[in-house]
Design a protein around this ligand. Structure first.
Ligand code: CP
Ligand code: NVA
Length: 311
């Protein structure tokens, strides 16, 4: 595994290996202070550049802390404060960073920027979110579901909201691992067409696209939601409120499932829009467990890229 850009580039063996590795690493940290290093300090002598062209709380902190726990040194870089933001090309940036650091994590807008970074970098590149996808998040989500449900098959996972980078990544995951995946979104806000075709033709999972939240959430084991306007679309937040109103994940929606349904959200949440306080704070909400797991899964991904994992 040279880079971690898309889940679709990752073999099923690597994918399951990363999940197992993360489980082992999470267990090994039980009871340790956050700043304690993992045994063996597998990334000692490694420097990791964390480059952000968009805001972040979880990705930024989980990679920063994760690299330190693995014994490495993180270097946080904001795109706007780099020459990148002044017009230096991605290819030059990639070649320069590769001379200083051992790994680059990039959060950016267009996928093309990420691919350009990976093409010109001589060190591994990790996708920390683009407008198109968020593979670290979805690996974490699957890991969190395994922790709670032990399996995926026969689970009905209903994504309610905007057809954005998160649901695109879910579609890729559903093309690899079997599940019953439903995307409920307003008409005109569907996820990527090619990815919907891909999940249909892969015949791995059952996939449904729906515009009827009340019907689609019935029998859901998991309801997953995300902001109605992603980073880069925040000027549409107000106008989207009306369009997405019936897609709010609130207690009324949760009670329609007729099941003990878990709530997932990649965070940050805009409480009062895509979800409500009482649902976020309910005992069925696993959003903070999910947030913690970003770090464990990413630590396992980094070990895989350096071929230092035990699996
Ligand atoms: N879920 C996630 O990627 O959060 P941040 O935008 O805070 O990194
Ligand atoms: N869809 C959201 C995810 C944030 C983690 C965004 O791109 O803003």
């Amino acid at each position: 595994m040279k880079n971690f850009l898309n889940i679709s580039d990752t073999s099923i063996q690597d994918l399951t290996g990363i999940l197992e590795q993360a489980k082992m690493m999470k267990n090994a940290r039980i009871g340790l202070p956050k700043g304690a290093c993992d045994e063996g300090q597998p990334l000692s002598q490694h420097i990791v550049a964390l480059v952000f062209e968009k805001p972040s709380t979880r990705t930024r902190t989980s990679f920063d802390v994760g690299v330190r726990q693995l014994g490495g040194q993180p270097m946080l870089l904001s795109g706007t404060e780099m020459q990148l933001g002044q017009g230096e090309t991605i290819s030059d940036t990639a070649r320069v960073l590769s001379r200083y650091v051992d790994l680059i994590m990039l959060r950016t807008f267009e996928s093309q920027t990420l691919y350009e970074m990976a093409k010109h970098s001589t060190v591994p590149v990790i996708n920390g979110l683009t407008d198109y996808n968020h593979p670290c998040q979805i690996m974490c989500d699957i890991f969190t579901i395994f922790e709670n449900k032990k399996h995926l098959d026969n689970l009905k996972i209903v994504y309610v909201g905007d057809g954005n980078n998160i649901v695109n990544s879910w579609l890729v995951m559903a093309s690899i691992l079997p599940m019953h995946f439903v995307c409920v979104c307003p008409s005109g806000y569907e996820p990527d067409n090619e990815l919907m075709d891909k999940v249909q033709s892969s015949n791995i999972s059952t996939f449904e696209l729906s515009h009827n939240p009340s019907e689609s959430v019935i029998g859901a084991d998991i309801i997953y939601t995300d902001v109605w306007a992603s980073m880069g679309q925040k000027n549409e937040s107000k106008s989207r409120e009306k369009i997405f109103l019936e897609y709010q994940v609130n207690s009324a929606m949760m009670s329609k499932t007729n099941k003990n349904t878990l709530l997932m959200h990649c965070l940050p949440a805009e409480r009062g829009r895509e979800t409500t306080d009482n649902v976020m704070e309910s005992k069925n909400s696993i959003v903070f467990q999910q947030a913690e797991n970003r770090m464990h899964i990413q630590n396992a991904i980094m070990l895989k890229l350096f071929d230092k994992g035990s699996l």
